[in-house]
Design a protein around this ligand. Structure first.
Ligand SMILES: *Cc1c(COP(=O)(O)O)cnc(C)c1O
Length: 381
C-alpha cells in the first residue's frame, strides 16, 4: 500500500462503455451546443433529482455566476452568504458586481446560522446564498421565511448535496434556485460540469441564452452572456456515471459508517457529518473536527494533516482559510464576527472517501488519526 491516497478519486465507467457512448459522435460531428447527450442528460438528471426544471452548465462555478446574473440584481446590491465554503461561492457574487455580506455559521452542521441573517439585512440586500456544507442541509424552512418577509431571493450552493433528499423532496427544490457541481472530484462527475435547478419555467430560456453568449436568435444578441455550455463528451461521461451513482453512494455510505465506527468515541474528536432520519445523504465527504481547548488552536488538525501526509495520505482542510480571509478579499467587505466559521476552518480535516477506497486504508487512516489525538501530540502551548 505505497500508493498515494488523495481525498477523493474520480468515478469512471468502464473504458469500453464510454468509448461505445462517444462512438456516434464520429458520425454526427455534433460535439457541443446543446447536443443529443446534453439534452438526454438534462432529462435524466431532472428525473434523478426530482426537480421541475434543470439547466446544464459547463461547471458549477459558471452555474453560480449565471444564476446570479439571471436574477438581474442591480450593481452593488448585497448578498448574504457564508464564508465557510469553497472560494467559488464568494467569487461568483463579486464577479457579478454584487457585494458579499458574510454571515457566521452554526457549529452543529457548519451551514449558515439562519438566526444571524436578519440582523445583516439592509435596504441593499437582494438575496441569500447559503451552502449545504458537507451535504448537511441548511435550515431551508427558516431561510425561506426570512426571504419571504424581506422579499429576497434564495440561491443555494448545493454542490455538496447532489442526489440528497429531505422528507423525500429532492434538495434542488429549495429556494429560487440551487446550483450543483459535477466536477471530477464530486460524488457525481461529468469530468467538468454543473447544473442549476429551479421552478420558474421562464428561467430555463434565460439561462439557455446566458450560457450561449446571450444569443437569442441568429441575428439577435439580447444579453451580455458567457459561454457555459456542456459539451457532448462531458454529457456522455455524465450519462455513463449516472448508472452507477446509486452503487457508488452505497459504497461511500459503507465507508462513512466504518469511519464512524472507528472514530466515533474518541475524546477531542468530533465527527461533522449529520445523520438525520429524514435526509438521504450522498456521503461526499468525511469531515472530522479536532476540538480545541484541549489542544489549543488548530494545532491538532494541522498535526494530523502532516502525519497523514508523511504516510502519503492527502486529507484536505476544507475550508481553510474561510473565504472572508482569502488574500484577495481580506478586510474588503463588511466586518462581521465570524467566530464559528474561523473555528471550523482552523480545526476541521476532511479525510479520504471514495467508493473504491480499501478498508485496510481506512484502518491505516483511522489508526494515524487516533494515535495523534490520544497521544495529545500537536499541542500548541
Ligand atoms: C465544487 C464546488 C463549487 C464549484 O464547482 P466547479 O464545478 O468546480 O466549478 C462551488 N461551490 C462548492 C461548495 C463546491 O464544492
Amino acid at each position: 500500500m505505497n500508493e498515494k491516497v488523495l481525498v477523493t478519486r474520480s468515478s469512471m465507467p468502464e473504458f469500453e462503455e464510454y468509448v461505445e457512448m462517444i462512438r456516434p459522435l464520429w458520425e454526427s460531428h455534433w460535439l457541443t451546443n446543446m447536443g443529443d447527450y446534453h439534452n438526454r442528460l438534462e432529462q435524466g438528471l431532472k428525473e434523478y433529482m426530482g426537480v421541475p426544471q434543470l439547466s446544464l452548465m459547463v461547471n458549477g462555478h459558471m452555474a453560480l455566476e449565471l444564476t446570479l446574473q439571471a436574477m438581474g440584481f442591480p450593481e452593488g446590491a448585497e448578498v448574504i452568504t457564508t464564508p465557510f465554503t469553497f472560494i467559488s461561492t464568494t467569487h461568483a457574487i463579486i464577479r457579478n458586481k454584487l457585494v458579499p455580506v458574510f454571515c457566521d455559521i452554526k457549529l452543529s452542521d457548519y451551514t449558515i446560522d439562519e438566526e444571524k441573517i436578519e440582523e445583516l439585512i439592509t435596504e441593499k440586500t437582494v438575496a441569500i446564498l447559503p451552502v449545504h456544507v458537507y451535504g448537511n442541509i441548511c435550515n431551508v424552512k427558516r431561510i425561506q421565511e426570512i426571504a419571504d418577509k424581506y422579499n429576497l431571493k434564495v440561491i443555494y450552493d448545493a454542490a455538496h448535496a447532489f442526489g440528497e433528499t429531505v422528507n423525500g423532496t429532492g434538495v434542488g427544490n429549495f429556494g429560487d434556485a440551487s446550483v450543483f457541481s459535477f466536477h471530477a472530484t464530486k460524488v457525481y462527475n461529468t469530468i467538468e460540469g454543473g447544473a442549476i435547478t429551479f421552478r420558474e419555467e421562464g428561467l430555463y430560456k434565460k439561462l439557455y441564452n446566458l450560457k450561449n453568449f446571450g444569443i437569442r436568435s441568429e441575428e439577435v444578441v439580447a444579453e451580455v452572456g458567457a459561454n457555459a455550455k456542456m459539451n457532448e463528451f462531458c454529457a456522455a461521461m455524465g450519462l455513463c456515471n449516472l448508472k452507477y451513482l446509486g452503487e457508488n453512494i452505497r459504497e461511500r455510505k459503507n465507508r462513512s459508517e466504518y469511519y464512524t465506527e472507528k472514530l466515533g468515541n474518541i475524546p477531542g474528536l468530533k465527527l461533522c457529518a449529520r445523520d438525520e432520519e429524514n435526509v438521504t445523504y450522498s456521503y461526499g465527504y468525511f469531515p472530522v473536527l479536532f476540538e480545541t481547548g484541549k489542544y489549543q488552536g488548530g494545532g491538532m488538525r494541522d498535526f494530523v494533516y502532516d502525519k497523514l501526509r508523511e504516510a502519503e495520505i492527502y486529507s484536505r482542510k476544507y475550508f481553510y482559510p474561510i473565504t472572508a480571509d482569502a488574500a484577495c478579499f481580506k478586510n474588503k467587505y463588511k466586518k462581521v464576527l465570524l467566530e464559528n466559521a474561523r473555528y471550523a476552518g482552523d480545526n476541521i480535516l476532511v479525510l479520504p472517501l471514495y467508493p473504491e477506497l480499501p478498508y485496510e486504508m481506512l484502518d491505516r487512516i483511522t489508526e494515524i488519526v487516533k494515535s495523534c489525538v490520544l497521544s495529545g501530540n500537536g499541542v500548541v502551548e
